[in-house]
Design a protein around this ligand. Structure first.
Ligand SMILES: *Cc1c(COP(=O)(O)O)cnc(C)c1O
Length: 360
């Protein structure tokens, strides 16, 4: 008798729900924190020429030297720190988890936060502890410090700004937590292009700190490129679990080219930040809606009967993220990505109809 998945697949994997991506065909797509703007045409033409002549018959250079140099410059990685590249930051989270997965090891995070921290801990057979944020989504510093003392986590993840809440944690609170953590601490700065502060300078202060960045929210989500910056004694070990060809030839060439024109992307990020303020103001003026402050390219808001509002938006071809039911602190919460001015207007129009009960 051959065995079934029930016999072979680990219980905790069978208990998981697969990461769900919503079908967005024909929708105003404001669910996934993508940059709504394409590459400027001149840059797109340069990229096309590069792709046409790319040596796809050859394996990529596993060290990605040219791309790394560009990234260091674009992200102002301090001298003395090294970087590790991943196929998106998702893969870096997995590499970190794999590397620390001693029997009984724990990953610690706060909740609600990025769901991949918990999911990947489970994939890699680690324990996971999620410390609840306060109802205003700030850090419950004492609770985090108590959990650190009790769990002695091998790895702590903090997203700064946090997803799905959009806020930047208090820098002094973050500092206390990092200082108290016995293991590695990864500050995930996926949204740094839209944020007013970064924790990157603290790399110099804390030997067990790593900063994670990604190009996904900056306009290159489809390329899949993330990076981890920190001291060589850590990056050296992480390099050993990195699959040698994880960053493909096309990603290396295209990311390097786009980063050599980084001003184009930062200009788009500035437009998004300005649009975020307009969108937040429109949301605040919408009957029944309460808006949370954001340092990211999305906005979290609360609205009565969020699930129905989400469906009513979808019926009007506007896709956002429904967070109701995902965590007790997110009851009746929806998350909208900042789009183009036209997309944001379409969203606000649809939202006002949905909350006033106008049929689609
Ligand atoms: C979107 C996001 C990422 C990005 O993941 P990639 O794999 O680089 O696309 C990482 N961390 C957080 C908190 C995010 O919201």
């Amino acid at each position: 008798m051959s065995k079934t998945p029930k016999d072979i697949i680990r219980d905790e994997i069978r208990a998981l729900a697969a990461y769900h991506v919503q079908d967005a065909t024909g929708m105003v797509k404001l669910d996934a924190m993508e940059n709504p703007y394409p590459l400027p045409p001149a840059l797109a033409a340069e990229v096309a020429a590069l792709v046409a002549s790319a040596p796809v018959n050859r394996y990529p250079d596993p060290r990605s030297p040219a791309l790394k140099a560009r990234l260091r410059e674009a992200m102002q990685i301090p001298a003395g720190m090294d970087i590790v590249l991943g196929n998106g930051s998702d893969e870096l989270i997995q590499m970190l988890a794999l590397a620390v997965a001693k029997p009984g090891a724990t990953i610690l995070g706060v909740e609600p936060s990025f769901v991949m921290f918990r999911m990947i801990a489970t994939f890699c057979g680690l324990r996971y502890t999620g410390v609840p944020l306060k109802p205003d989504f700030s850090l419950d510093t004492e609770a985090v410090l108590a959990a650190i003392a009790k769990e002695q986590p091998a790895l702590t993840f903090l997203a700064y700004p946090n997803n799905p809440t959009g806020n930047l944690f208090d820098a002094a609170a973050l500092e206390r937590i990092v200082a108290a953590a016995p293991g590695l601490v990864v500050v995930d700065e996926a949204y740094t292009a839209f944020a007013s502060r970064s924790f990157l300078p603290q790399l110099a202060v804390h030997p067990h700190l790593l900063i994670m960045r990604t190009l996904s929210k900056l306009g290159l989500a489809g390329l899949r490129l993330g990076l981890l910056a920190g001291r060589p004694e850590w990056t050296r070990e992480l390099e050993k679990v990195r699959l040698p060809y994880n960053v493909n030839v096309l990603t290396q060439l295209v990311a390097e080219k786009v980063l050599s024109n980084a001003a184009a992307l930062t200009a788009q990020a500035q437009t998004i930040v300005a649009e975020r303020a307009r969108l937040a103001a429109s949301l605040a003026e919408t009957q029944g809606v309460s808006v949370y402050p954001s340092d990211a390219n999305f906005i979290l808001f609360r609205v009565p009967r969020a699930k129905q509002v989400f469906e009513a938006l979808k019926a009007r071809r506007v896709l956002v993220k429904n967070l109701d039911g995902s965590h007790p602190l997110l009851a009746d919460c929806l998350r909208v990505t900042v789009g183009t001015p036209q997309e944001n207007e379409a969203f606000i129009g649809a939202l006002r109809q949905a909350t006033s009960g106008t049929p689609p």
